[in-house]
Design a protein around this ligand. Structure first.
Ligand code: C2E
Ligand code: CA
Ligand code: CA
Length: 631
């Protein structure tokens, strides 16, 4: 009991007790708030409120220390005073007159600053603090103390508490309220960590379920959603549909224009699809060049309608690297429960159906059940093809080319045929892709080269010097031994280089322009003549075309055939002819199916014509007869 100042009065003791009591009450209420806080701003507001309500303090405020040039104190929450008012005073925590307030000092020193009397305390001496002091007095605040808020040793701000009585904050109360400030700082740190975790978790979830390129759900997401939707469909006895969309041009565009362009294409298609998708449907980027659309309650008719709608949306050309590109999207449809009862199987069946979709049939197809068998059939066919090549069961057909000015036959194109013992005649458009997949292009090309050289020799012996043009594929252009084999054939058969020519599609050339250029240069050195085939479908640039050592441009039949009815096609044909002539190349039009085609092409100055109007591909043995009839 008692000290040098004499025994404390009962009143004093009671006051002291009351102060400790309110600090304790505040501390405990503060703890409760900390435990339940879910976000930082709410925590600050609650804490200020509690200091006022439970503690009975006149004022509470939390200010954060900004690290701007002025070292501003940013007010986050207040009770008993207005934030905008505090802001208007422009308090800082710098070592200048504007930084001498209790809050600024606490932040700067990292220690509580106890202001016992607002009228006498040096913290409020500067004239700049006049409004603050006046407002405090008006609100009945006499003493103000600030406690630093510390996270990981760094002071992030201050908690300011104001009380009505002068000399309100004795040592014990300051001690307790410091604890409160520490608790608050701990609570803030905790929430910030939790926030970071939440962000990280959200990112991880996004990465696991979403595709960064298109922002769409990915395959994993789709399969999980499919599983749920199948359960629901089962419970409510309805069907659901899965549409599988494949972007046919993606790989080509990637190769020719670069992966950025491929990505651009996917993003644009994704954007269009997003706009077309209804709220209850799930659109996913299901694979590199694949999208999928889940219709959670759909009949076959409904699914077909949606597919038709989507094909029209996707049909419009997409602007990619300055070119207008046809994405050529095919859609396959499979239904639950009719076609499959697990997510993976349904996706597989929709995919199988997609492979049957053809642009000629609006670009979509429904799963029919036979498609996987067809896949098996393809595998069997690959084996048959290998056998056919090895056992000389392919046939060489040829199709005439005619010089338009003189109407004379100026050569023929060698076209391979496969007479299958069971399936009948199979066209190259069906078995060349097969040969590509089965790694059979080199043996196939070798077969064609042998047959063409032997045929050319036979014609030459008979006094008929019609050049025969051989088609080479992209794979051939990458074959390092190709040119050597061709050189060998010329010496074996002893025929001149003007009798064998080569056709290379524009897209094959663009797949690997550098090595294509090398092969073309070597072929050219043998003295042969070269064609750019299917011109107009491969996006080659004029500058690249100029450098190519080629003699002929073959305008693709997809431009020639419609030229008599479509002005766009006529314009393309016209300008290709002009372009070719400017580059000193001759122009061949393929797909000349009628007299009308012939007449239009002749008027445009086209050099050579090839097509059904002149002659269909025929067995080489019939060619002489045909020529006699033509001439
Ligand atoms: P391609 O080189 O563009 O050959 C022209 C194709 O158009 C041939 O189809 C021919 O029959 C067809 N055609 C010609 N005139 C007309 C016409 O007036 N109207 C229509 N509708 N079509 C016409 P085919 O023989 O089925 O060959 C298809 C493709 O298969 C060829 O296109 C070529 O890229 C490839 N191919 C054919 N034979 C060989 C070969 O020996 N080696 C390689 N690598 N590819 C070949
Ligand atoms: Ca050709
Ligand atoms: Ca062609």
């Amino acid at each position: 009991m008692g000290n040098q100042a004499g025994p404390a009065s009962v009143e004093d003791q009671a006051r002291k007790l009351a102060r400790v009591h309110r600090a304790l009450k505040t501390l405990s209420a503060g703890n409760h708030t900390l435990l339940h806080a879910s976000d930082e701003q709410a925590l600050l507001n609650d804490m200020c409120r509690i200091i006022g309500e439970s503690g009975g303090y006149q004022r509470a405020a939390v200010g954060y220390a900004e690290h701007d040039q002025e070292k501003t104190i940013r007010w986050m929450g207040t009770v008993g005073t207005d934030i905008r008012f505090l802001e208007s005073v422009h308090l800082t925590w710098s070592d200048t007159p504007s930084g001498r307030s209790v809050a600024g000092t606490a932040i700067r020193t990292g220690k509580p600053y106890v202001g016992q009397h607002i009228l006498t305390d040096p913290a409020y001496a500067a004239p700049a603090y006049d409004p603050l002091r006046e407002a405090a007095i008006k609100k009945g605040v006499t003493s103000v103390t600030a406690f630093p808020l510390r996270i990981d040793g760094e002071v992030i701000g201050a908690l300011v508490i104001g009380a009505a009585e002068p000399d309100a904050f004795d040592e014990e109360e300051v001690q307790l309220l410091s604890e409160l400030a520490d608790d608050l700082a701990y609570g803030i740190a905790n929430l910030r960590i939790r926030e970071k975790h939440r962000d990280a978790e959200a990112t991880i979830a996004r990465l696991a379920y979403y595709d960064a390129l298109t922002g769409l759900p990915n395959r994993t997401f789709l399969l999980e959603r499919l599983e749920e939707s199948m359960q629901e469909a089962k419970q409510h006895h309805h069907a659901l549909a899965l549409l599988h969309l494949y972007v046919g041009r993606f790989h080509e565009i990637n190769k020719v224009l670069g992966y950025r362009s491929g990505n651009q294409l996917l993003q644009e298609l994704g954007r269009r699809l997003k706009l077309a998708v209804k709220e209850n449907e799930t659109l996913a980027h299901a694979g590199e060049a694949e999208f999928a659309l889940l219709l959670p309650a759909a009949s076959a008719e409904h699914a077909i309608q949606r597919a038709q709608r989507l094909t029209t949306i996707l049909h419009d050309p997409v602007a990619v690297s300055g070119l207008m590109v046809d994405a050529s999207v095919n859609i396959g449809i499979a239904l639950f429960p009719g076609h499959a009862t697990t997510p993976e199987a349904l996706l597989r069946r929709a995919n199988a159906a997609m492979r049957e979709a053809r642009p000629t049939h609006d670009g979509y197809a429904m799963y029919t059940g036979g498609q996987e068998e067809q896949h098996a059939r393809r595998l069997a066919l690959m084996g048959d093809l290998r056998h056919a090549i090895e056992h000389d069961q392919l046939l060489l057909y040829c199709q005439p080319k005619v010089d338009m000015a003189s109407r004379r036959v100026c050569g023929a194109e060698a076209l391979v045929r496969w007479q299958h013992p069971v399936h009948g005649m199979i066209l190259p458009s069906d078995f060349i892709p097969l040969a590509e997949q089965a790694g059979l292009i080199t043996p196939l090309t070798d077969w064609v080269l042998e047959s063409a050289f032997s045929q050319s020799y036979a014609w030459h012996e008979a006094g008929l010097d019609w050049p025969l043009a051989i088609n080479l594929s992209a794979h051939d252009l990458r074959d390092p031994d190709l040119v050597e084999r061709i050189r060998g054939l010329f010496s074996t058969w002893g025929i001149g280089p003007e009798l064998i020519q080569f056709e290379l599609t524009e897209s094959a050339l663009m797949e690997d322009p550098a090595s294509a250029m090398e092969t073309l240069t070597d072929l050219k050195q043998l003295g042969t003549r070269l064609y750019v085939d299917d011109f107009g479908t491969g996006y080659s640039s004029l500058s690249y075309l100029q450098k190519l050592p080629v003699d002929y441009i073959k305008i693709d039949q997809s431009f020639v055939m419609p030229m008599t009815v479509s002005n766009d096609s006529a314009v393309i044909v016209h300008s290709t002819i002009e372009l070719g002539h400017n580059l000193d190349m001759k122009i061949v039009a393929e797909g000349v199916e009628s007299q009308a085609h012939w007449d239009s092409l002749a008027a445009l100055g086209c050099d050579v014509a090839q097509g059904y109007h002149i002659g269909k591909p025929m067995p080489t043995a019939q060619f002489r007869n045909w020529e006699t009839g033509w001439a």
